[in-house]
Ligand binder design. Sequence first.
Ligand code: E4P
Length: 214
Amino acid sequence: MEFFIDTAKVDEIKEAISWGIVDGVTTNPTKLAQAGRPLMEVVEEICQIIDGPVSVEAVSTQAGPIIEEARKLAALHENIVVKVPLIKEGIKAVKVLSAEGIKTNVTLNFSPSQALLAAKVGATYVSPFVGRLDEISHQGMELAQQIKTIYDNYGFDTKIIVSAARHPLHVLEAALIGADVTTMTFEIMDALFKHPLTDLGLEMFLDDWKKVPQ
Ligand code: E4P
């Protein structure tokens, strides 16, 4: 399973890359606002530090302008993946962009039928926001499972990015489902390493090592 880091903060991306487990980056307007830097400046820097997919969101809401915006974003770097909202105008745009070979990440996905639409128009990725469903008492990971079943049934090439992860268990559940990617915050990625028994066991080993005759 690929790990994307869900942030536009370059310092977080650089640190996570040093751990050897980052395959790509996802951003959205909220993440960019949190980074507090101009779009072009931060996207170009991210593309320089990661050799993997970098998702950047188009903010237009009509097919024509989405297509134009996507072409400009895609021209920034070969690794750019254009995020397009899962609305009718977005699906119309992705149909055109797919034919042009522009990589797309259909975002704000909350139902399996929506995800079926994204695959039918050749989206590169679809992003089910599992955490936001959990937060309104729906089973977010059930959506990811349903999408996986549908895509396997028909051999769709669209990859599933489990998104809006809220904790390491979302990463585990995504892996058990067989999702292609989980995108997660720096904090969630950091939490994957941690287990108190590992720390305790290492402390015991090191203490006992001191007792080994040298
Ligand atoms: C990723 O591509 C999504 O934009 C992101 O995971 C959304 O997460 P949020 O629900 O924490 O905003």
